[in-house]
Write a protein of this length. Structure first.
Length: 380
């Protein structure tokens, strides 16, 4: 809390400096905000409620924030830790780099660190060729995923975000993408690290990568996500912050004052919301075979908190992905599948299902073989 007070004090000093120099100042007057971004949005990550927007549906280049999509596809492809040689042509690309050279041995996991921390264009190129064989084929994967996520105003061409006239998105679409990416535990873990030790090379060896997202060290509530810059796109920033269990996503495109804008927008947005825990149905059960009981109660592994206004919780629907039945014996806390929280057809959140109580194995008893009337007569 002391750090947050200091940051707010520093924000005020910075605003005075901006006013003196004539640069645009972000200010809050009741409900009125002004930001220096050409396009921006502030959105609650689970409910999707938009708390502030400015030209949020205007199509613009989004530079290296593109790598949110590339990383998500890489993580969803699985097999993250099998080493393989990079495609030498794919890593010869201009701009920021994670340091790949011809013949390097990497893993998909290392490439994800290379994309999200130092914003390696070489890592994005290597990922595209590994997953799809070519940039063009990978762009098709990106656009299919965009449609799946409801990013109807976006079109992807490059895996890295280097400028192309046909490569664009909106601030709103990038917020939807980020909300989906943060549901991936590995993505969330990687994008929130200010630095990390990663192993690659020929032969592979460990070296440190540093995150270009300064918000991670400016504000302890920020958990990611990705920076970006090209001459055509300007400064682009996608970030996420968690306070009181509520997660907000902020996207600014072409914003020369992005660090400050995100900080003040978060102070504004969190002030509009109150935390409320999502209540899941208490009657979720799965059939059990071979147990002392025929069913087992299951429930989400973690609680889920969302930010709401006036205590009005959205009308959720639920989707379970479970096996048709469980085999006894079962232990409390054993994984039993996954759940998804749906809102207007969008996957708002997801997580693991756990067995709530132990179920012991039902020992089979050997029943005596029934005797015929003739055998019973002989026994008498």
């Amino acid at each position: 809390m002391r750090k947050q007070h200091f940051l707010r004090w520093l924000s005020g000093i910075w605003a005075v400096c901006l006013a003196v120099t004539g640069l645009p100042v972000l200010h809050v007057q009741g409900e009125a905000l002004s930001v220096s971004a050409e396009s921006c949005i502030l959105m609650e990550a689970v409910t999707g409620e938009v708390l502030y927007e400015k030209a949020a549906d205007q199509q613009r280049p989004m530079a290296s924030t593109t790598k949110i999509m590339t990383t998500l596809l890489c993580l969803e492809s699985g097999d993250l830790d099998t080493p393989f040689p990079v495609d030498n042509d794919a890593i010869h690309v201009e701009g920021s780099s994670m340091g790949l050279v011809d013949g390097d041995i990497v893993t998909k996991r290392a490439l994800c660190y290379g994309m999200l921390l130092p914003s390696g264009n070489d890592a994005a190129g290597a990922t595209a060729v590994k997953l799809a064989g070519s940039y063009a084929a990978f762009a098709e994967q990106m656009n299919r995923k965009a449609q799946e996520l409801g990013m109807t105003q976006s079109h992807f061409v490059t895996p890295s975000g280097l400028h192309d006239a046909e490569h664009y998105a909106t601030a709103h679409d990038m917020a939807l993408l980020t909300a989906a990416a943060l549901q991936n535990e590995t993505f969330r873990e990687i994008c929130g690290q200010a630095s990390a030790k990663v192993c690659f090379g020929n032969p592979p060896y460990e070296r440190w990568l540093t995150n270009s997202n300064k918000l991670l060290t400016m504000d302890e509530t920020v958990i990611g996500v990705k920076t970006g810059f090209t001459d055509e796109a300007g400064r682009c920033l996608v970030s996420a912050s968690v306070r009181n269990g509520i997660t907000l996503i902020c996207v600014t495109l072409n914003d020369r004052n992005d660090w400050q804008d995100h900080e003040v927008l978060y102070d504004y947005g969190f002030g509009q919301l109150s935390p409320q825990e999502v209540t899941f149905p208490a009657d979720w059960t799965l059939p059990v075979t071979g147990g002392t009981t025929g069913t087992a109660a299951v429930a989400p592994a973690e609680t889920l908190t969302v930010g709401v206004k006036d205590g009005n919780m959205p009308a959720w629907s639920y989707q379970l992905n479970t096996p048709p039945f469980l085999y006894a014996p079962l232990t409390a806390g054993q994984e039993a599948g996954t759940w998804k929280l749906l809102l207007d057809g969008r996957v708002a959140a997801q997580g693991r299902l756990l067995v709530q109580s132990a179920v012991t194995y039902q020992e089979k008893t050997t029943e005596p073989e029934p005797q015929s009337w003739w055998k019973r007569l002989l026994q008498k």
